[in-house]
Design a protein around this ligand. Structure first.
Ligand code: MD3
Ligand code: FE
Length: 212
């Protein structure tokens, strides 16, 4: 099985603290997918409301002590799933291991994520340019894991008007967003029609955060 294209390096640093690790999540792929399915069975994917009162196109759920929630009053983190009123599923060991080894490969040695947001994209959905600012400690990185069909991801700088760079994120790719990149504007371009052998016509993104 060929995991890596010979065209690009397996690891690339785009900015200080911004490290791309191609295929990094494939090391323990099946365990990761099995654990993902268990989390989704316990806390189903759902579309949160935007403050404007429209449902987001991306479906989300969470695991870990804190989960990301949104409704017409705004966005934030909650210790309970608003649908079940129960705590979110615990973060599987395979998730914690992956987040920590990736953070450490990027130079962040003591990453202890307490939140894992799971985003599910169908073909035709996207995520507009935004910054992540609902977390407390911006010295902690965010680790993102892409699964399923690929996405064209864009990130700029600290200003919305900074010209974005696009990168293709494919199944198994991991990106660590630490240092200055933690505050960069970023978004996901409209997902193009595609098919993945294990995730069919969907893309799943995991983001690991120290939110509390
Ligand atoms: C750069 N998710 O959930 S992951 C999000 O593919 C989010 O689902 C996208 O943006 C997705 O908030 C992008 C990559 C990512 C995540 C967090 C970041 C990039 C980031 C935080 C700061 C800077
Ligand atoms: Fe984001």
């Amino acid at each position: 099985m060929q995991l890596f294209s010979a065209l690009e390096p397996a690891q690339q640093t785009f900015a200080s603290g911004l490290v791309y690790l191609r295929g990094f999540a494939l090391q323990d792929e099946q365990q990761l997918l099995d654990d993902l399915n268990k989390v989704i069975a316990a806390a189903p994917l759902r579309t949160m409301m935007t403050p404007m009162g429209y449902p987001m196109s991306v479906a989300t759920t969470s695991c870990g002590a804190l989960g990301w929630v949104g409704d017409t009053t705004g966005y934030g983190y909650s210790a309970v799933d608003p649908i079940s009123q129960l705590p979110w599923p615990t973060m599987p060991n395979s998730f914690i291991q992956l987040a920590q080894t990736a953070a450490s490969a990027a130079g962040f040695d003591d990453f202890l994520p307490d939140a894992c947001l799971i985003n599910q994209y169908q073909i035709g959905t996207k995520m507009g340019l935004h910054r992540d600012k609902d977390e407390r400690d911006f010295t902690q990185p965010i680790v993102s894991v892409s699964l399923g069909i690929p996405a064209r991801f864009q990130f700029g700088g600290n200003k919305r008007s900074d010209k974005p760079i696009q990168i293709l994120l494919s199944h198994g790719d991991v990106v660590v967003w630490g240092g200055a990149s933690r505050k960069f504007y970023h978004g996901v371009m409209t997902i193009q029609a595609n098919q993945h052998p294990k995730l069919s016509k969907t893309r799943i993104n995991l983001t690991f955060r120290k939110a509390g």
